[in-house]
Ligand binder design. Sequence first.
Ligand code: GLA
Length: 413
Amino acid sequence: MLATLWIILLSSTFGKCLDNGLAKTPPMGWLSWERFRCNTDCVNDPDNCISEQLFQTMTDIVVADGYASVGYEYINIDDCWLEKHRSHDGKLVADRKRFPNGIKALSDYIHSRGLKFGIYEDYGNYTCAGYPGIIGYEEKDALQFADWNVDYVKLDGCYALPYDMDHGYSTFGRLLNSTGKSMVYSCSWPVYQIYAGIQPNYSAIQTHCNLWRNYDDIQDSWASVENIIDYYGNNQDVIAPNAGPGHWNDPDMLIIGNFGLSYEQAKTQFAIWSILAAPLLMSVDLRTIRPQFKHILQNRKIIAVDQDPLGIQGRRIYKHKGIEIWSRPIGPLYQNFYSYAIAFVNRRTDGTPSDISVTLKELGLINFSGYRVEDLYENVDYGVLYPNTKIKVKVNPSGVVMLKGEVQYPVDL
Ligand code: GLA
């Protein structure tokens, strides 16, 4: 009988899900990949190569320029931080020239500034850029990350077998958990399976990961952002229900402030990412970002939509002739009536703003006591509007108008 009890106990520990208490709202921070890629040439390009100096500089700016005070907290390394080979005793070693003080020193630096530290690895034999992967070293690497006081692990899926991922990603999540150090766990599990023609098991994925990539890498172009927006809209019935506090879909980094997006397009990316309850990971050179883009990234009202504690991912509720309406239920609630964030997106290219007219009722805002409606980019307050009120917004080409409708209580309450 004791043996049976032991087996039951063992299997319940083994079957335990991630449940690390982290990422109750989507993680916010800075991630190197989209902007700085795998630039390892610190000799010719010392200011832009993947090095401890780059991460220290970004840490300083996140704190000094107000990003930390609106919620950005993780400073995350992506690929290309490693030596090409492990140490003789099988440990991961950061590139000795580019990280001369080692990862623990960088982690300490970031923590000493009040921020959190993220790292990148890959479930396969190699990372996507060809550095050592974790396979065969899972336990050692999980312990190493804990030892370095890592707060966030992005685990990529290059050079791995997509069929093995159900096992591999869940095992590594457990290993991270059992180090005793809580680490946000970002998985690329579904995207590699989808590419291999496998239907991802999202209920397993959301049990084991705090966030996961569903689709292509973002690139520095509006076409790429549009592609991602379409993917999340077209597949929302499968994808959206998997999001919630502690577990999020990840449409990839924010490219706001780089070279490929206009001001309007940057506003659209930020609005849609907040509707999608997406992680807000900036990948931009914060040393040179123009003020107008910084302003978008620091829009507290839109960040509050993204970080809404109910954690319900929004949806595309209308799409016709280049006009889209996206809507996300948020707090506060009155009885079972939600408040809403609504994004009106103009995907048309015929150079003049498009008018969109719609009643609140048509948007699903049907509470008789009405909604206090405000514009989240323009700081215009429309006052309390009712289900039959028709609103009209003017949306610039490839731009967005973002409103919030806060549910009202009956006055006699
Ligand atoms: C993959 C990931 C990217 C990035 C690169 C690094 O393509 O999807 O986000 O991490 O690998 O090589």
